[in-house]
Ligand binder design. Sequence first.
Ligand code: ATP
Ligand code: MG
Length: 271
Amino acid sequence: MIRFEDIGLRYGTGPEVLRGINFTLTPGSFHFLTGASGAGKSSLMRLMYVGLRPTRGCITLFDRDVATLKRDDLPALRRQIGVVFQNFRLLDHLSALDNVALPLRMAGIAESEIREHVAELLGWVGLGDHLDARPPTLSGGQQQRIAIARSVIARPRLLLADEPTGNVDDSIGMRLLYLFEELYKLGTTVVIATHNEGLISRFGHPRLHLDQGTLAVVPAGTRMAVGPITPPALPAALAGPIPPPVLPAALAGIVGPVLRSPPGSNPNGES
Ligand SMILES: Nc1ncnc2c1ncn2[C@@H]1O[C@H](COP(=O)(O)OP(=O)(O)OP(=O)(O)O)[C@@H](O)[C@H]1O
Ligand SMILES: [Mg+2]
């Protein structure tokens, strides 16, 4: 399905943010993608949907060498990939329903079927009352669920989700992961970038783990070592006691006594 051979990636003239990446995802597999913030998860995702080309190495996607793909080949290829972007990338001028309907319209599905399918899925992710809402009027978690519904609605061959549960509570997160799990059972190859160790441990899937630009494939059920947590030293500006604010002269007389009162005393002098 996907093979990365000795892949390196740098942005412009910057340092290599991914280096010596090797892995193969077989069709119908499910992997979590983990690593600290800045480790390269979104960059790896971009390479997988050919939003970026690597600066070295060979990527094979759907049995095609990505280096030989032309710009005109990309739309057809991407129609087989469902993507949940970290920043959602919804179309703000379209309703929730029309955003989710896009992949079905591109696949030529009859309009008569689209509304029913989309409404059912949006209802399932808890947005049945927001079918006609435009994304800017919705919360981050609601927008994220529209992005997820859009990514799965056309049953893609490959599903790439970048922190798809980052803006929702654990119970909705669990529900969304069941959606991906269902797609996986139907044969889709799934990769989900996440920081949520709780969700990872509930679903027994291997992980691709990034550490300082290099990747290791970690079997399911392996507990990742977490070092001791020592509180970091705060920047000087934040350390030490917080000085009382200097009040504008007009207010100083009114609230001054309250600020100066020792703890426990009654600032109003009432008994
Ligand atoms: N467009 C860009 N231009 C230059 N550098 C970039 C760009 N995008 C990412 N980087 C750099 O690449 C490295 C990996 O970033 P990336 O966004 O892939 O990390 P991430 O693992 O997805 O982080 P997070 O968990 O915070 O989403 C970082 O050092 C980042 O500064
Ligand atoms: Mg990211």
